[in-house]
Design a protein around this ligand. Structure first.
Ligand code: HEM
Length: 261
């Protein structure tokens, strides 16, 4: 069943692709003739409750090629590296929802809301295509060029989804906001050493916990206020940046430690 949020986002998507992006008479006939709109399909919900090996033999790791798109989301990058998402990084709404469900067991409504946000903010909802990295020649500009005469930027572009104070990506204004930054990861490891839990498998102070994330994110917040003169940390960004910290705890757990506290 669709949640309220999902319904709102999907309606917004459908409105944008049918009436805002393509208001009657605003499109060139050429675009319409060559690029008929693609209805966004809603995947069926899975009711599989058993245990599944991820990745399985059908989804080997293959490093991305030079033309494959990768971006600021380690979850989507991993899914594309294993072929749960198209390896070129150009994806549809349904492919995202199905891949995050199969690969990481992300719940359907959350997946649909994030996928809709990415598609509407940085993709081409008219053609049901979004890049999990940067701009791609495989995705044409939006009809009517409502977002400029260029391909949609993809989720790497700062400002709508990608934002400041990430965990392992630097703020766009002061560094690389797309690729993994070792210095930020080292900082996370320091906080893990200080506040992390012990594990019989990985050693003392090696488990990333809620406390680790709280302390680390707060330190990033203080640090960013000094380093980034144009820091943007509004309520929307607050929710997504802390959400990502929860993603690390919930989706990247490897089964060695059963309790997260
Ligand atoms: C459902 C579709 C998803 C979309 C559209 C999406 C999109 C994004 C975007 C745009 C960012 C960059 C935000 C920023 O500037 O910090 C991001 C970051 C992140 N995503 Fe995703 N994501 C999705 C699913 C997932 C999943 C399934 C996981 C985990 C398995 C995940 C884990 C993360 C983490 C940990 C970060 C923060 C990376 C860092 O700051 O170092 N995401 N995601």
């Amino acid at each position: 069943m669709l949640s309220l949020l999902q319904t709102v986002l999907l309606c917004a998507g459908s409105l944008i692709s049918r009436s805002v992006v393509c208001p009657a008479g605003s499109l060139t006939g050429t675009y319409l003739a060559e690029q008929p709109g693609v209805p966004i399909s809603i995947p069926v919900t899975s009711n599989y409750t058993g245990i599944k090996k991820i990745p399985d033999d059908d989804h080997p790791f293959i490093a991305p090629g030079p033309d494959d798109q990768r971006g600021p989301c380690p979850g989507l990058n991993t899914l594309a590296n294993h072929g749960y998402l198209p390896r070129n990084g150009i994806v549809t709404f349904a492919q995202i929802v199905e891949a995050v469900g199969e690969g990481f067991n992300m719940e359907y409504d959350l997946a649909a809301a994030l996928a809709a946000f990415a598609m509407l903010g940085r993709g081409n909802a008219y053609l049901d295509l979004v890049s999990i990295g940067g701009e791609s020649p495989l995705i044409p500009p939006l009809p009517g060029f409502i977002d400029g005469h260029h391909a949609p930027y993809g989720i790497s572009k700062h400002g709508r989804f990608e934002g400041d104070m990430s965990i392992t990506r630097q703020d766009a204004a002061i560094g690389d906001n797309v690729n993994f930054q070792e210095d930020l990861y080292d900082e996370l490891l320091l906080y893990t050493g200080k506040y992390g839990d012990d594990s019989p498998v990985t050693g003392n102070s090696s488990v990333v916990t809620l406390k680790v994330m709280q302390e680390f994110k707060y330190s990033r917040f203080l640090e960013d206020q000094v380093k980034n003169p144009v820091l943007e940390y509004h309520p929307g960004r607050f929710a997504t940046s802390y959400g990502e910290a929860a993603f690390v705890l919930e989706f990247f757990s490897n089964g060695n430690c059963l309790d997260l506290h």
